[in-house]
Design a protein around this ligand. Structure first.
Ligand SMILES: O=C[C@H](O)[C@H](O)[C@H](O)COP(=O)(O)O
Length: 236
């Protein structure tokens, strides 16, 4: 099982890079998570790798860029990104996403918003059709620490079940993001594809919320590695 999942991540990532990374691309966003490990490896093998600047979405992503011999840039220097590759926790039929399982959602959304094209790479477990059906429950929401109780109360009024993400067993107390904030995982049950944008806007409007892990209208394509060794390609 674990081998199948790992193989499907590699399949999806390699195919996504091989199909979409063009010789004309110069600025490439590199997402976060375990699937993107294979993206960085494949970009590191590209014939034009020395002409690329790679924009990270967090600490892990920076390490992947450096360790694969790629040139590191920042959104500050490169606010226009040719293409970005990133993982997802769940993918719906409109290519709406839940992201942030690794607490990197703010920088991931920043890079996605700077990119002309976001290509999602994932194993078959993430292709849930409807957000909120996956094994990892809840929408990750990055919150300024001083506001977490206020935001949690308001998320409950929106119908969610908020839980501040714990750092245990590695750290007693909340997970702290690369930006010094907390993550509140909020379970809203199943979110129909047509309702994702509305819920995202309501959460974003709460003072103290930095960003949500709901990605709406950002992904252009998704590559899903299947357990039987095939790839499902989805576009909007
Ligand atoms: O914060 C982390 C990210 O949104 C990841 O891209 C997401 O959690 C998917 O990670 P993985 O490829 O490890 O399943």
């Amino acid at each position: 099982m674990a081998d199948l999942v790992e193989k499907s991540k590699e399949l999806a990532a390699y195919a996504a890079v091989d199909d979409n990374l063009l010789s004309t691309h110069r600025v490439v966003g590199i997402g976060s998570g375990s699937t993107v490990v294979y993206v960085a490896k494949r970009v590191g093998q590209a014939s034009n790798k020395n002409e690329l600047v790679c924009i990270p979405t967090g600490f892990q992503s920076r390490q992947l860029i450096i360790n694969n011999g790629l040139r590191l840039g920042s959104p500050e220097e490169y606010p226009e990104i040719d293409i970005a590759f990133d993982g997802a926790d769940e993918i719906d039929t409109n290519l709406g996403l839940i992201k942030g399982g690794g607490a990197c959602l703010f920088q991931e959304k920043l890079v996605a918003a700077c990119s002309k094209q976001l290509v999602v790479v994932a194993d078959y477990r993430k292709d849930t059709g409807v957000l909120g059906k996956g094994w990892r429950k809840g929408v990750p929401i990055e919150v300024v620490p001083a506001a977490y109780t206020k935001v949690s109360l308001e998320l409950a009024k929106l119908g969610g079940k908020p839980v501040v993400r714990s750092g245990l067993p590695a750290k007693a107390g909340p997970v702290v993001t690369d930006n010094g904030n907390f993550i509140v995982d909020c379970d809203f049950g199943e979110i129909p594809p047509a309702k994702v944008a509305e819920l995202n806007a309501k959460i974003k409007a709460l003072v103290g919320v930095v960003e949500t892990g709901l990605f709406v209208g950002l992904a252009a394509q998704a590559y899903i590695g299947n357990a039987d060794g095939t790839i499902t390609k989805k576009t909007v």
